[in-house]
Design a protein around this ligand. Sequence first.
Ligand code: LLP
Length: 417
Amino acid sequence: MKQEYFERKDKELFCEGVAVKEAAREFGTPLYLYSASHIKERYNNFEEALKGYPHDICFAVKACSNIHILELFARAGSGFDIVSGCELRRVIDAGGDPKKCVYAGVGKSAEEIELAIEKEILYFGVESVPELERINAIAAKLGKTARIALRVNPDVDAHTHEYITTGKSENKFGLTADYAEKILKNFKEKYPNVEAVGLQIHIGSQITETEPYKKAVLKAAEFVKKLRAQGTELKYFDIGGGLGIVYKDETVATPAELIKEILPTIAELGMTFVCEMGRYMVGNSSMLITKVEYVKENPDKTFVIVDAAMNDLIRPALYEAYHEIVAVEDKDETFVCDVVGPVCESGDFFRKDCQIPKVGEGDLLAICSAGAYGFTMSSNYNSRNRAAEVLVEGDKMKLIRKRETYEDQVRNEKTCR
Ligand code: LLP
């Protein structure tokens, strides 16, 4: 197992001091079970690596947006990377500081921009000229100045899945350096209610090596120097998110290794370091606990049909992502099977042809590394209630999201009668 806070004791799986079986008994399945200690440790790893240097660590809310999880980050002093008005509202509800929020995304609406300006977020990561014009107009209307960081596309290949690579020039994200340079010329005259305070890059997700970061940071640093020569001073150097985790047997750079490689370049410029890690912070904090409904033995294949489905964790279906599956209680034998959900699609699988302990009806399985882009990408497809979420710390369990009910699902439909 790759998740430090999940371990086997006496032939059964524990999350910190809690027996997974107990959590499943109390809260039912499917269940997202999170380790608070893991999240705190991961955040601290970045804090440690950046100690003594001016920085803001902004947790990428999209990876895991439960307000109780956000509260852990807020208490640790974290900032947040948001991509919608409702993510900002979640941060505020969790006790997070809106002034430590950076706001990314190519399609920010007028309402979202207004909310973010009113809450005085640290800056908007600006992705286009029309967006900049909109921010300026809204700030003017509110009699305020909005801060922005231009998102520059460094055109670097992050060596990751094509759906989650974002730093190449053909992606929809960011601006080319040339274009950003043009935008920054006579900036104050063109956008009197906007202050350009930073430069942001983000090259992709589940990046395991330091090399792509290094390349991108070097390119961006050259750009900063060019801007300085033209009289534009920026304070924040935002490297985006993307540091990977171990799903299978990957060797992944640590925050210390990453920071060691890139901080000197940023320090030379005297800029404040900002990062927007999501997956690194929470990916291995959680397992999705699911119960075996049926074992279906076809002549040429065995299917283990579980009560979780692609609506609960879509990563295998969407990205062919690997998620290890372990049994909650040890078994003497193993078998080869497909672990699938009840949704009416062939894409509804968690693993195919995998060798797992020989489980039967009623046994529990744990789908590993489910903390990032797990619950947040879940849906009600097939009118399935979304799973419950439980946070564990030591030997304490706390329900942090009730299992959805049928009534929750149809509330906004029934009230239309
Ligand atoms: N900053 C920006 C501007 C981003 O677009 C993202 C993620 C992050 C930070 C956080 O990236 P992370 O540190 O988590 O890699 N659903 C996909 C991942 C999509 C990532 C989107 N952007 C998955 O399940 O793998």
